[in-house]
Design a binder for this molecule. Structure first.
Ligand SMILES: Cc1cc2nc3c(=O)[nH]c(=O)nc-3n(C[C@H](O)[C@H](O)[C@H](O)COP(=O)(O)OP(=O)(O)OC[C@H]3O[C@@H](n4cnc5c(N)ncnc54)[C@H](O)[C@@H]3O)c2cc1C
Length: 399
């Protein structure tokens, strides 16, 4: 029987492993990080300061462990225009993950005030669709630490199903190199240990995937975007917004999105004015940044372009107006540094991989956020999962 190796267990890797295992295919998943309780995922953040702060986690289920549970069909039209139709995959995924907006019981005062004032000011507002189960979720504001009640979808669910279907899952093992012969993939190496396979899928995330590809001679690692965001906030005494479900509402402008969001970085700045963590109300501004970054073996470069900065300024001004109308003391308004939680673009479709996500090395595929051709400017997990499902069907047909 043909063997497939998957590298990385996040949104892309967890999905492809489960899909291949469910088709009876011999699949082995390697994950650099350890297995962890979802509630302890915050211990596995591996953030990088590269001009913007890049946020990611390394453990079984990767960065899906710390999402806000936002479920959006990012880039669907764009990919369809490229000949990649994900409609059926999205429908299937939304059913499997139970995507829905949360009931009123899961909206706190801070979110309600922001969304109400934004609507009155004429902004386009809606509830955020979530892959969070309202039956087990008790709002606590800890999604980004790893849900203490395991109430949101993470790819750990898919990895568990893959194990049940006979997949091998090997944690704490970093893949360091790809084995290729005459333009064909033959397996992977973890330091001096070799693991042979007929096909390999790299899902190591948008920073490590291009590094592995580059070591195999592929010109990956260009066009890095991160969906740059800042959180603007200020003091509203006693609002207790920090223990609400975060990003439960969505405010859309033409070229950026905003969402109610608490950040501990705001507390660090507002503490000196006598604020406790219970006294802060904030809004995240997220943009589809230009692919100005670069990943190389020994450095990562990512700066904000003039266009990125002007969009962040436009969003921050709008957020300031909404927060003031919401009762925040305008003299206390401040912003976090620029950060990025959706790195992608470093092995883009049409550049490094073809529409079947295959590289120039035969049998070597990529299934993670690296393959996005442009910044989504919105939560990417559903689209990564949809692309991985589509790739699993392609691989099954090729075997
Ligand atoms: C705080 C936060 C909140 C977010 N909220 C949302 C949200 O609400 N909705 C949404 O859609 N998106 C959200 N995202 C983004 C989303 O989590 C990521 O876009 C997504 O997980 C990326 O999937 P991926 O498969 O590319 O990489 P990852 O999920 O990062 O997985 C990559 C995996 O590969 C492993 N790995 C790396 N190198 C190697 C190697 N050499 N060998 C073996 N294993 C390796 C890593 O340890 C990691 O486990 C959020 C991100 C953050 C940081």
């Amino acid at each position: 029987m043909k063997k497939i190796i998957v590298v990385g267990s996040g949104a892309g890797g967890g999905t492809i492993t489960r899909e291949l295992a469910s088709k009876g295919i011999d699949v082995t998943l390697f994950e650099k990080g350890p297995s962890t309780k979802i509630g302890n995922a915050y211990e596995h953040y591996e953030n990088l300061d590269v001009g913007v702060e890049l946020i990611q986690t390394s453990c079984i289920a990767g960065t899906t462990t710390v999402t806000a549970g936002n479920a959006v069909r990012t880039c669907q039209k764009y990919l369809k225009n490229m000949g990649i139709d994900l409609e059926d995959d999205f429908n299937e995924i939304e059913g499997e993950m139970g995507v829905t907006t949360l009931p009123d019981t899961h909206f706190g005062n801070g979110t309600n005030i922001i969304m109400d004032r934004a609507k009155s000011l004429g902004f386009n507002t809606q509830k955020m669709p979530k892959f969070i189960d309202p039956k087990t979720c008790k709002p606590c504001g800890k999604c980004a630490f790893g849900c203490p009640r395991d109430s949101k979808w993470t790819s750990k669910e898919y990895v568990g199903e893959a194990l049940d279907q006979g997949a091998k899952v090997i944690a704490n093992t970093e893949i360091t190199e790809l084995i290729t012969v005459n333009g064909e993939i033959k397996g992977v190496k973890s330091n001096d240990k070799e693991f042979l396979a007929d096909m390999v899928v790299i899902s190591a995330g948008s920073i490590e995937t291009p590094r592995l590809l580059r070591r195999a001679g592929i010109d990956a690692g260009n066009n890095l975007f991160v969906d740059t965001f800042v959180t603007v906030g200020g003091i509203l005494k006693g609002i207790k917004f920090n223990s609400e479900v975060q990003m439960n509402g969505l405010i859309t402008l033409d070229d950026l999105i905003m969402a109610p969001h608490y950040s501990g970085l705001l507390y660090n700045k507002l503490e000196k004015y006598g604020a406790s963590e219970n006294d802060i109300l904030g809004i995240m501004i997220k943009i589809a940044d230009e692919g100005s970054g670069k990943v190389r073996e020994d450095y990562i470069e990512k700066y904000s372009t003039a266009k990125d900065v002007s969009l962040l300024a436009k969003g921050s001004a709008a957020a300031g107006v909404i927060l003031k109308e919401s009762g925040v003391d305008p003299n206390t308004l401040t912003s976090t540094i620029a950060r990025g939680a959706h790195p992608g673009g470093t092995a883009a479709i049409g550049d490094v991989v073809d529409k079947n996500l295959e590289t120039e090395i035969s049998g070597l595929f990529v299934a993670d956020a690296s393959v996005f051709p442009k910044a989504p400017g919105a939560p990417p997990v559903l689209t990564i999962v949809a692309l991985a499902k589509r790739l699993a069907r392609y691989i099954e047909n090729e075997l």
